[in-house]
Design a protein around this ligand. Structure first.
Ligand SMILES: [Cu+2]
Length: 141
């Protein structure tokens, strides 16, 4: 009986040792992945604002409707549903500065624009601006 119990304990110890060494390997590779991520967040200094300058294009609204970024930042609009445009301009009138041009409707579709200089930049969705007030503002500061 004693021999059996000892053998079992030994076997158990071996299994635990094998297990923990496997866990160590996984843990350290996970850590190196994390340090890669912190390198990315290092690109965005001080402010504590989210790294991604992202706007979701939803049914008749831009979320968030107002986004604050820094000069040189690129905003990415991602379509979540419906056919919409991103068109630069205030009061539902295109100023021709930038935009998608035509309607985009595929979920997951994106549009990007880089804002090199400080200022307040309004944009809107052509089919939904007048009817639904589908507008957005990018504040670059
Ligand atoms: Cu729209």
């Amino acid at each position: 009986m004693k021999k059996l119990a000892l053998g079992f304990a030994l076997a158990l110890t071996t299994v635990v040792a094998a297990c923990s060494s496997t866990t160590d390997t996984t843990g350290s590779s996970g850590t190196s992945g994390t340090s890669g991520t912190s390198g990315t967040s290092g690109t965005t200094p001080d402010s504590g604002a989210p790294a991604g300058n992202a706007v979701t294009v939803k049914s008749n609204q831009f979320v968030p409707a107002t986004l604050t970024i820094k000069p040189g930042d690129t905003v990415t609009w991602t379509w979540a549903g419906g056919a919409h445009t991103v068109t630069s301009g205030a009061n539902c009138k295109s100023d021709g500065a930038y935009g998608t041009g035509s309607l985009k409707s595929a979920v997951g579709d994106t549009f990007t624009h880089t804002y090199p200089t400080a200022g307040t930049f309004e944009y809107f969705c052509e089919p939904h601006c007048v009817s639904s007030g589908m507008k957005g503002t990018i504040i670059v500061q």
